[in-house]
Design a protein around this ligand. Structure first.
Ligand SMILES: Nc1ncnc2c1ncn2[C@@H]1O[C@H](COP(=O)(O)OP(=O)(O)OP(=O)(O)O)[C@@H](O)[C@H]1O
Length: 288
């Protein structure tokens, strides 16, 4: 049942590597009947899925179906949204992420996040990247200058930005191009050596060249960390992800829209042999 678009998707410029998906790969996140409400509005409900180690998992679906909401529930960013309430169960490496005694700051150190718009601090390139390691070291004692220099270089290299900025580390992060700023934000996130990187439409403000660089970067980073990405671009999900979760929003009898997970599987299957008609309609461009 491959559609015209899905054939196009898989045949695009960088052929997807075929990769067997070891279901035995350790589970990083386990979501069981996750529901997130904002005030009285149930934004997304009944989400049950697992995210596996060193894979890229893409969350796709039409606007408002709750992709970003689900993503934010993975590092407790929803705690910062007034009125947001999370129920059901989210485990991180077997631990209840919302259990008593779990420190949300520590959660966000292990589970980093990159947002839609690059958000560098109004500081030098060096200080942007050194920010996290300095803050972490502050709690344990000072980091030596040479150690910090190494961490900054390692993170900028990891974010494929070192060669472009190594001679101007004292310049403002805000003086970089949009694509460079996004890679700076990725460098800032990886400087604290997170276990997981959450990416909320990281390329939506970037041109195709900058987008391709970020996609290449994701493919490299996933050898070291687990990545979950929200993307509006199906082609991007098809190019980079190992597994894809397709969400949609149903309207109830009172006219309220609630997001739900329709289908979750290997990306290759979602794009070529989806099990649900709604997934097929979406990826073939018939709605959304
Ligand atoms: N901070 C918030 N306060 C109240 N409602 C919110 C908030 N954030 C999201 N919502 C609502 O929750 C629902 C899901 O939003 P969410 O942003 O998670 O969807 P999405 O699939 O990521 O959408 P998009 O693709 O447009 O970014 C929507 O109805 C939205 O209006």
């Amino acid at each position: 049942m491959a559609t015209g678009l899905s054939t196009h998707v898989t045949a695009r410029r960088r052929p997807r590597r075929t990769r067997t998906l070891p279901d035995l790969a350790p589970v990083v996140f386990g979501l069981a009947r996750l529901q997130v409400s904002y005030g009285r509005h149930r934004a997304v409900r009944d989400v049950t899925m697992t995210v596996h180690e060193r894979e890229i998992t893409a969350l796709i679906g039409p606007s408002g179906c709750g992709k970003s909401t689900v993503l934010r529930s993975l590092n407790r960013m929803n705690d910062l949204v007034p009125g947001a309430r999370v129920s059901g169960r989210v485990t991180y490496r077997g631990h209840d992420l919302y259990g008593p005694g779990v420190d949300p700051i520590e959660v966000r150190r292990r589970i980093g996040m990159v947002f839609q718009r690059p958000t560098p601090f109004a500081k030098s390139i060096y200080d942007n990247v050194a920010y996290g390691p300095r803050a972490a070291a502050g709690r344990r004692g000072r980091l030596r200058k040479a150690e910090l220099d190494d961490r900054v270089e390692e993170a900028l290299t990891g974010a494929a930005l070192w060669d472009e900025v190594k001679d101007k580390l004292k310049s403002s992060g805000l003086a970089l191009s949009g694509g460079q700023q996004q890679r700076l934000c990725i460098a800032r996130a990886i400087a604290v050596r997170p276990d997981v990187m959450l990416m909320d439409e990281p390329c939506s403000a970037l041109d195709p060249v900058a987008t391709a660089k970020i996609e290449d970067l994701m493919l490299r980073l996933r050898h070291e960390m687990t990545i979950v990405i929200v993307t509006h671009h199906m082609h991007q999900a098809a190019r980079v992800s190992d597994r894809t979760a397709f969400f949609t929003a149903d309207t109830d009898s009172e006219g309220e829209r609630h997001g739900r997970l329709v289908e979750y599987d290997a990306t290759e299957k979602i794009f070529n042999r989806p099990a649900d008609r709604r997934t097929e309609d979406y990826i073939s461009g018939r709605f959304g």
